[in-house]
Ligand binder design. Structure first.
Ligand code: MN
Ligand code: MN
Length: 462
């Protein structure tokens, strides 16, 4: 390469290619911890529990509103078991240094059970579902499913369930139509060939001996009653999710990528979490948010639109004698969520120069949104410039990316809700292949680059 092209041209490079032998080993070994997290945390509740266990091992302890805080404190706020805030209080003055925030989400697209789910038809017992988040419905038929969730009984007692993950567990299943009889279905648009009301989960087929009527349904309810102490009406106050009963597995002869359910957004949550737990920086105050409900618009008490993050910043500021408005103004946030990786099989929806390429590092999106950046946070040039310098200093492998071609579709995430609080925010995350499919794919190099990015950001000076 000539001196001039070296100086003037920007190039995107494969992070495996630029990594040393030791760095490659580090990338692969970091991925093992991530895969364990994926398999141990398939819902937001399980992800919060998993993260809490890790944080408690590092000495994090519960925070209650009104508690005084001081430099050196490592605290967590567990919001209803579905949304977790991890807070590390630093020595740097809050009004000038601000708070470093990394926000990722731990809910993923899936099928939720309806509140009256159980019925029997044609010698089979089923659970009715209502899908959660943006799914392609046809992808959820004829694959192994597991059920995870929490049931609150009539007397207020609770029971957690998880069936289908252990090799000896049964799995659950959604019927599909055989190709022999799918002439009409095959002509329907992809989005309509499988309707939401046909996503019924097969959960049983053994009639209870000596019973007339819905003997299979009764048999299933009897098993549930013996195992969990529940009756049919307890589904009314339950949150049960059907998720793919598949474990995270390496892809390829060289194991460069990982296939799993729920990379979106655990592939950013895990780097955010581990970057915080591994940091030795004592200067910066840091908050890592593991949010819920991102996939349905960040709504509700556990989504990023709730006032909680603002409340926590205010309480910490007041306790340290700082003005919360000045603290927010000085703060900065990485909205850590996945990006759509350029896929050569679907070239026509991408504009390659502005798409993220697999293994070329964590993807920074100045803006997201759709139809003319609508719904986007659109980070300022100044803030992106600051992040660039942080990543350069931290030797982070990163690339700039937007989600697909102009007007091909689009999307958005939590960035705008944090930016609304007068906090500079930019989107950053791992490029994903087959995003929102039951089994998504990512590169280990991009996972590790996101970890390095979170770590560099958390430790950065203002
Ligand atoms: Mn996401
Ligand atoms: Mn998503």
């Amino acid at each position: 390469m000539s001196e001039l092209s070296e100086k003037l041209l920007m190039k995107k490079e494969n992070a495996y290619k630029t990594a040393s032998e030791e760095e490659r080993a580090e990338i692969y070994s970091y991925a093992e911890g991530y895969k364990a997290f994926l398999d141990g945390a398939k819902t937001e509740r399980e992800a919060v529990r998993y993260a809490l266990t890790m944080a408690e091992k590092k000495g994090y302890r519960p925070y209650r509103f009104g508690d005084p805080v001081k430099a050196g404190d490592q605290l967590f706020y567990n919001n209803r078991g579905k949304n977790l805030f991890l807070m590390k209080i630093g020595k740097a003055p809050l009004e000038t240094a601000g708070i470093r925030i990394v926000a990722a989400h731990v809910d993923s697209p899936r099928l939720d059970l309806k509140q009256c789910p159980v019925y029997e038809d044609s010698e089979m017992c089923f659970f009715k579902t209502h899908y959660y988040g943006g799914i392609k419905k046809y992808q959820w038929t004829a694959i192994p499913l597991a059920l995870h969730g929490t049931i609150v009984r009539a007397d207020g007692t609770e029971v957690d369930i998880s069936v289908g993950e252990d090799e000896n567990d049964p799995i659950f299943y959604i019927n599909d139509l055989l190709p022999h009889l799918a002439q009409k279905q095959s002509r329907e648009p992809l989005g309509e060939a499988i309707s939401g009301e046909t996503l019924n989960i097969l959960v049983g087929g053994l009639p209870l001996a000596g019973e007339e009527g819905d003997a299979i349904k009764l048999g299933v309810l009897k098993i549930l009653n013996e195992k969990y102490g529940i009756v049919e009406s307890d589904f009314l106050s339950a949150e049960i999710c059907a998720v793919p009963a598949m474990k995270a597995r390496d892809i390829g002869f060289d194991r460069a990528l990982i296939a799993s359910y729920g990379h979106d957004d655990r592939v950013c949550a895990y780097p955010a979490l581990t970057a915080l737990l591994n940091t030795e920086d004592t200067e910066n105050t840091v908050i890592v948010v593991l949010a819920d409900k991102e996939e349905i618009g960040s709504e509700g008490t556990t989504g990023m639109q709730s006032v909680l993050l603002n409340d926590l910043i205010e309480q910490i500021s007041i306790s340290l004698g700082a003005n919360p408005r000045l603290v927010r103004e000085a703060s900065a946030c990485l909205s850590a969520d996945v990006n759509a990786a350029y896929d050569p099989n679907f070239k026509d929806v991408f504009e390659k120069a502005n798409s993220s390429l697999v293994s070329c590092g964590t993807a920074l999106s100045k803006y997201t949104g759709s139809r003319g950046k609508s719904g986007s946070n659109d980070a300022s040039a100044e803030f992106v410039g600051r992040i660039r310098r942080i990543f350069a200093d931290g030797k982070v492998a990163w690339q700039s990316a937007e989600l697909g071609k102009v007007d091909a579709g689009g999307g958005g995430t939590v960035a705008k809700y944090i930016a609304k609080m007068n906090i500079d925010t930019v989107d950053l995350g791992v490029p994903v292949i087959s995003m929102h499919a039951p089994y998504e794919a990512i590169s280990k190099a991009d996972l590790f680059a996101t970890y390095r990015a979170c770590a560099a950001f958390i430790d950065s000076c203002k």
